[in-house]
Design a protein around this ligand. Sequence first.
Ligand SMILES: O=c1ccn([C@@H]2O[C@H](COP(=O)(O)OP(=O)(O)O[C@H]3O[C@H](CO)[C@@H](O)[C@H](O)[C@H]3O)[C@@H](O)[C@H]2O)c(=O)[nH]1
Ligand SMILES: [Mn+2]
Length: 745
Amino acid sequence: MERNQRGFSATTTHGGPPLHTVEPLARTMFNRLFAVVYTCGLIVHFSHHAQNLFQSRSILSFSIHVSLLLSDLVLAFMWATTQALRMCPVQRRQFPENLEKVVRRSEFPALDVFICTADPYKEPPITVVNTALSVLAYDYPTDKLSVFVSDDGGSALTLFAFLEAAKFGRYWLPFCRKNDVMERSPEEHFMASDHDHWSSETREIKTMYEIMKTRVEFVVQSGKVGDQYISSDEERQIFEKWTDGFTDQDHPAVVQILLDNGKDLDITGHSMPNLIYVSREKSMTSHHHFKGGALNALLRVSALLSNAPIVLTLDCDMYSNNPRTPHQMLCYFSDTTIIPYHLGYVQFPQRFKGINKSDTYSCEYKRMFHINPMGLDGLRGPDYFGSGTFFLRRTFFGGPSTPISPEIPELRPAHIVNKLSKSQEILALAHFVAGCNYENNTNWGSKIGFRYGSLVEDYNTGFMLHCEGWKSIFCNPDRAAFYGYAPISLVDTLNQSKRWDIGLLEVAFSKYSTITYGVRAINPLMGLAYSHYAFSPTWSIPITTYAFLPQLALLNQVSILPKGSESWFLLYVFLGVGAYGQDFLDFVLAGGTVDRWWNDQRMWMIKGLSSQLFGFIEFLAKHIGISTISFNVTSKVVDGEQRRRYDQGIFEFGVASPIFIPLVMTSMINFVSFVRGVFGILGWKDMEGLVMQMFISAFVMVNCWPVYEAMVMRIDKGKMSGKVVVIAAILTFALYESASLILNK
Ligand SMILES: O=c1ccn([C@@H]2O[C@H](COP(=O)(O)OP(=O)(O)O[C@H]3O[C@H](CO)[C@@H](O)[C@H](O)[C@H]3O)[C@@H](O)[C@H]2O)c(=O)[nH]1
Ligand SMILES: [Mn+2]
């Protein structure tokens, strides 16, 4: 049997109560006007640059001007890309309370949830279990809900945690229903609710949860599932798959149905949703394409077992914070007027728990997950964030009017699965499609499914879907739909950013670059908006240049920027303050605080001097074939002491990582040049020509304050490692000496 293209029928909303509305943001007109004024400023600025270039009389001054020109060109290009995000921002509202007036609950489309995990030590199984329980307990018809867990760590520990979760879920789901619990992740629920008013039922279920948690954590700590934890022969058989040769990088596929909707009931007699554990086959000899590969394996396995027309992807730490999120998503997918719109996915923002008051590492990503998506939403829709995304399954199989069929008919999005079928045949097929050679010579990863070729498989996939003609919608309800955890140390944040930067560069310099292919395949504004991310690592060029060049010149009394009395000086100020000011405005209007904005701009500089630079190097190294790149999973485990420092807003350096070296060098050069400049005020002749260079040094110094503190004033474990300081000092000295040689010729 087959069904229509979308996989379910939508209800017309004509005459009925509205399901959603959309409005342009109030500042749109201002944004457009400002863009015109700023563009004029840029034209004049670059004509001045050209003049400087032609007038320069030595190779030295020519090269200085070329560096400044190149830096300013990158800044101007990046500014231009932000304009695409500012031309038509919109804000949507949805009315989930009206949904059931328009669509009967029994007509809700089936929903498959994909949760990815990759490492039981960096991603504690109890966290993943909480995420899974939070969605298993969605306020959704249980016979239409299936949760698939992908375990790229191939770990018996994770599977054990899920066996436990399946048992606990039989109590947890009816408990949530009966008490209309909002936080359906048990961990969060018990943390958020007030213990003094707990009923005996709540206390009981809390005790059950604690017992399960202790068992899971004990097993993870001991590294194996001991005999005393196995309660039946059936379970023993499952764990027998973990033979001696079974490693996370080399093992057969494991597909295990833990809860079967057709059979398993909760303690009140309601049927349970499906819960399926999948660990795709891995082998040392075939590339597994990281998370993208895992998601494609889930797309196939789920196609055989439930094939729901709607698919939600979640990171292992992104638990549901609202049981009625699917209702919000259906406000869009159930609206027939949306069909000609070719809606491919509905994206919810990624939000984070546990970020400190001033968001020291700017991990809220307000711009990426909140401000920019509104801008994209007014064009063709937001990019894909990797988590919190409801896709139409059909979206993965070719463009809206150019469908592509998978190799075997059972995988087609229109194929109907009657019941979750445990038949041996289907299970054997599920293991087969989860095999590591299954994708050889197929369209998976290139034309169907999640796309390969970039470490940011989410961004890349969303981009390719937009190129194929799909659109997306940004759904940002007041109550967060999901919460996850952000890194709380600088090195973790920078390593995560570096991975993203490498992935973005892979897209920027591919055959399907956003700037060459994207502007044609989607439209110029979308191409530019996507380029805002793809080319963001190039920010490291101006950031590094402005962190060193004016300062080295200042140290040698060489003026390279306009004098305080020239009108060019005012233009510089206008361009700088204008860009910063508008950025500030966007940030604050989206509910950000001044404190957080300050830290955000600081992180922008820090990343330009660390993750982006290192990302570039690793990207190049991979391109010329001297190294391979890998997906370094962000740790979700927190050290207590680190947490305390983070909560106090103290920067965490700690480890001796080379990624800090350029940053420490920057703090040294700027300090020395500023101090030298202050003494120069008395003796130097041409101080006026150095005013702007002095100002830049001062500004960088203020931003580097935590670095100075970490180098000289701290004794805790998060201070800057001595090794980094020594290496940076030697390199700074070498840089200073060579600059003096060149500049004083
Ligand atoms: O080989 C892998 C590597 C990672 N993951 C999973 O991918 C998710 C994201 O990994 P994480 O280390 O948390 O990366 P983040 O940088 O926090 O994630 C952001 O960036 C990723 C792309 O780099 C996206 O995949 C994510 O959805 C997005 O939230 C986690 O659930 C992992 O378990 C896998 O399943 N297989
Ligand atoms: Mn994450």
